[in-house]
Design a binder for this molecule. Sequence first.
Ligand code: VAH
Length: 316
Amino acid sequence: KILITGAFGQLGTALTEALIYKYGSEAVVATDLNIRDEFNCETLTLDATNLEAMDKVVRNHHITQIYHLAAVLSAKGEQQPLKTWDLNNTTFFNVLEAARLNDVQKVFFPSSIAVFGPDARQEHVAQDFGLNPTTVYGISKVAGEHWARYYNAKYDMDVRCLRYPGLISYQSLPGGGTTDYAVDIFHKAINNEEFVCYLKPDTQLPMLYMDDAIDATIRMMEASKRDIKTVGYNIQGVSFSPEIIAAEIKKTFPAFEVTYQPDSRQQIAESWPISLDDTCAREEWGWEPSYDLKRMTEEMIYRLELKKNRNLSVFA
Ligand code: VAH
């Protein structure tokens, strides 16, 4: 069975549904600190900072794969550095130890473009470029990649890892990320509200539509072990700035208003790459994105309008 931690987060919400769709509702155990009756699979409350609880779930549910998605993201993480470090690392340690003690076959660890620092603020950053993160979140992701390599080498485990760009999805409201303006902007557009952006208009960042992120994750996890040459693959979807995504949205909503009031998240954004070189992922396990800016924008608007109409119809 597949265990998911952080199943009710932005990535967790979409990945849990995708794993249920692909492997069946019996194959998935969704867990989080606070759970809702949302998934058609077994759903448990699990505090991932508690090793005993983690070990018990892995053992009692005969878990063979773990997707560890529970974490505090970059912006929120800077408000509580020690708590973020402790939570992001203790939970991953518990996953690694529970996996080791119970012979779990595969573990997925979500890394991020946040592993890079200001010296990597450029196009097509190579996968083996130096990792000099300047956020607690990024430091915890670099540490996670190193621990994954350590457990793979020392205990012959199979921990795999992707460096996600900012994820764009309609399934949930994101929380605490620096790239989350790119989700909020769509909600404001379809609600005919002005969007006040906390980044400067020309701040380019690597982004990835959630369907592409899910495809990359499952494709990498299903690849044969001999094809996985590294822990921490770069994957590149589409890089854009607030003014670029705003212009794309205005093609559907011409009256949409965006104003800019940069805050502390501007400095975080400027510490990350503009785009990533994902040659290794493409060549070693067949990564290939299918959403460009136009298709991502159309799909987000279509999905959010659908949700809005469905909610309205419920009250109609
Ligand atoms: C964040 N969405 O903004 C996350 C991501 C690329 C950044 O890890 O913190």
